[in-house]
Each structure stands twice: as structure tokens, then as C-alpha cells.
Design a protein around this ligand. Structure first.
Ligand SMILES: Cc1cc2nc3c(=O)[nH]c(=O)nc-3n(C[C@H](O)[C@H](O)[C@H](O)COP(=O)(O)OP(=O)(O)OC[C@H]3O[C@@H](n4cnc5c(N)ncnc54)[C@H](O)[C@@H]3O)c2cc1C
Length: 336
């Protein structure tokens, strides 16, 4: 088990969790950030990276992806440590008032404060029910693409008929050796222009379209895939040579273990005192979409303001003997 010590653990690397790192850093508090997803950015990265957002102050228009890139850059001077692709499973109070925060990847972090910025809960991919699929995960099976170059020269099978499946088929057509797209219907559920692009790549022999087929079975050696078997509605099975399988069947969200941390939960949200964002447990704060109080507006800009309140309150726990003198960022500047 890997162990760490820090001032604040932030549960969730969505836009609000990322801004928590900045606000904490401005008050000389260090953060570890944990997220169930393989990438930072929460809903902005997972659900709408290319969509323009119009209500972020000072940005008349900014895409989900660019907002997350800017927030990560703003947090960077404070050297946050990210632990991605793992869930926070336990938060337990120690006798000295600090917390032990445990993750699903056997990491234990001792922290003076916990800020829950968990949105609607942990994101996880909807996995196809294929025998032994977990043996191939991380080597041949991926539910998100972080670096498309890793699929250079590979036989890639993409399963799904939505935007992610089609976007990646188009992008990987120029990188992979072969791209096959498997979908159980003859029509794709994506932007019409992308559907046209896909059929044009198919005509050029760059993408194989396998419809109406469903995933049926996996063949491989060790944790390396060799074939993906697909089946049509009449039960006819066909084998496709494959080094990589990318199943894109959407994401599910699950508030999961947060309900077991002894917090006041109301309709899958954590109740807080609005002035400080503190929960019923001293030292545990909740911000962003997961936090609820009278008059709550579920917007990114609301989460940013909540994080400022939470961090100013948390300062008194982390530096009990040093009173906080409120200062503007223009006065103190940004220094790690
Ligand atoms: C299509 C769409 C369009 C939107 N447009 C706008 C808009 O125009 N303006 C606006 O203000 N808002 C908009 N929103 C809402 C906005 O995206 C959310 O308010 C915002 O993402 C909330 O940020 P957050 O950081 O609180 O949570 P999230 O973005 O949900 O991030 C929470 C993160 O916590 C992680 N997590 C949860 N539990 C755990 C756990 N136990 N362990 C580890 N990780 C965990 C999750 O995996 C997730 O990555 C939109 C939402 C959608 C879906």
C-alpha cells in the first residue's frame, strides 16, 4: 500500500475540484486530488468536451475541454498530486482529527481536511458483459483514449454507435493499421457530418463497418487480445483480428461509498452549511454539484465560489495558530 500525507484531499477532479487546488494553494495548503476517471475534468471532459459553455465569467464562450485545460494550468503552480482511475472508497477520522482516505488502488492518504467535489458521483464506463474482459483491461481493452498514438499500427475494434465511437473511428483511421466499428444497429447515433465521414472512410477502405453485430467473445493470449468475435441477430458469429478493443457504451455515475462516510445525505447530495460549505463532520467539506443547501444553483460558477468559502474555512483547521488575513490575489500574487 502506498501512503501519503497532505493538507487536503480533494475527492473529484471536475472543474470545481480543480479550482479547489488553486484556492487552497493561494492559502498555502497542499492538495492530493483523486478521481475515478482516467482523465481530469469531470462532466466537462467526460460528457461535453467540445460543447461551448457560455456562462463562465469573463469567457463569452469556452469549450469544456479548454475550461479544464485552463483550470489545470491555474492549479499547476501549487503542484497538486493527481491519483486518477481510482475511487475514494473510505474516509475515516483519526483520533488527532485528521482523516485516512483510502482508494480502490490501495493508496492511503492521511489528510487534515477532505473536500468532496464529487459531482453526481464517480464516473465509470458501462462495460460489455464479456467473459474475462478484465484480464485484457489496461493492455488491450480501454474505455477511454488518452493517447491515440499508442494505437499506431494496431488492429483496433471499436464497439458502440454514439459520438465517442464514431469520433475515435475517424481519428484512429489515420493512425491504426485497421479500424473496425461494431454496432448492433445499421444506423449510428452521431452528428450527421461524422456519419458521412465514417462512410467515406469505409469507401476508401480505411474503416470496416460491422453492423448489425454485437460483441460476443474475446480471444487472446495472456492479457493481449488476438480476436474479437461478434454475432448478428441470427446468431452467426464472425471473428475480427484485433489487438485493441475500445468499447464506448457511455458512462454511469454512482455516488457509491460517499453515503457510508457518516455525512448528512439528502437525495444523493451532501448537506452543508452554505457559509463555509462544511458538512456535519468537522474537517469534511462538500462543494460543486454534490453539495446542497437552500437556494443551491448547480452551476460551475457557483462551485467556484463555494470552493473559496470552503478553503477559507479549512485554513483555520490547517493553521489553527495563524489567523488568516484576507488578501486579494492582486496583492499576494501566485507562488507555490
Ligand atoms: C451536457 C452538459 C452541459 C452543461 N453545461 C453547463 C453550462 O453551460 N454551464 C454550467 O455552469 N454548467 C453546465 N453543466 C453542469 C456542469 O458540468 C456541472 O455543474 C459541473 O461539472 C460540476 O462540477 P463538479 O466538479 O462539482 O462535478 P463533476 O464535473 O461531476 O466532477 C466530479 C468528479 O468526481 C469524481 N468522483 C465522484 N465520486 C468519486 C469517488 N468516490 N472517488 C473518485 N472520484 C469520484 C467523478 O468521477 C467526477 O470526475 C453541464 C452539464 C452537462 C452534462
Amino acid at each position: 500500500m502506498k501512503q501519503y500525507k497532505t493538507d487536503i484531499v480533494v475527492v473529484g477532479a471536475g472543474p470545481v475540484g480543480l479550482f479547489a487546488v488553486f484556492q487552497a494553494g493561494m492559502l498555502k495548503m497542499k492538495c492530493h486530488v483523486i478521481d475515478a476517471l482516467e482523465v481530469i475534468g469531470g462532466q466537462c471532459s467526460a460528457l461535453y468536451p467540445e460543447k461551448p459553455i457560455y456562462d463562465i465569467p469573463a469567457y463569452p464562450e469556452i469549450s469544456g475541454r479548454n475550461l479544464i485545460e485552463s483550470l489545470a494550468k491555474q492549479a499547476e503552480p501549487f503542484n497538486p498530486i493527481y491519483h486518477l482511475n481510482q475511487r475514494v472508497t473510505k474516509v475515516e477520522k483519526n483520533a488527532d482529527g485528521s482523516f485516512n482516505v483510502a482508494t480502490s488502488k490501495d493508496i492511503l492518504i492521511k489528510s487534515k481536511v477532505v473536500i468532496i467535489a464529487a459531482g453526481c458521483g464517480a464516473f465509470g464506463p458501462n462495460k460489455p458483459p464479456l467473459k474475462d474482459i478484465e484480464n485484457y483491461e489496461g493492455n488491450s481493452v480501454f474505455y477511454a483514449v488518452v493517447n491515440p498514438k499508442q494505437f499506431e499500427g494496431k488492429n483496433v475494434v471499436i464497439a458502440g454507435g454514439g459520438d465517442s465511437a464514431i469520433d475515435w473511428a475517424i481519428i484512429l483511421a489515420d493512425i491504426a493499421k485497421n479500424v473496425s466499428i461494431v454496432h448492433r444497429r445499421n444506423k449510428f447515433r452521431c452528428a450527421p457530418e461524422n456519419s458521412d465521414k465514417l462512410y467515406s472512410l469505409h469507401k476508401q477502405g480505411k474503416v470496416s463497418i460491422e453492423t448489425p453485430y454485437q460483441l460476443h467473445d474475446l480471444e487472446g493470449q495472456g492479457n493481449s487480445l488476438t480476436q474479437v468475435k461478434v454475432v448478428d441477430l441470427d446468431g452467426n458469429v464472425k471473428a475480427i483480428d484485433a489487438d485493441i478493443l475500445l468499447p464506448f457504451f457511455g458512462l454511469s455515475m454512482d455516488i457509491g461509498p460517499i453515503v457510508d462516510w457518516g455525512l448528512n445525505i439528502e437525495k444523493k447530495h451532501v448537506k452543508v452549511k452554505a457559509s463555509t460549505m462544511e458538512t456535519n463532520k468537522k474537517g469534511i467539506y462538500a462543494v460543486g454539484d454534490i453539495a446542497t443547501y437552500e437556494g443551491k444553483l448547480k452551476l460551475i460558477l457557483t462551485g467556484f465560489s463555494e470552493v473559496a468559502r470552503a478553503c477559507h474555512s479549512a485554513y483555520n483547521i490547517i493553521y489553527p495558530d495563524t489567523p488568516l488575513h484576507f488578501e486579494y490575489s492582486t496583492t499576494k500574487g501566485v507562488s507555490s
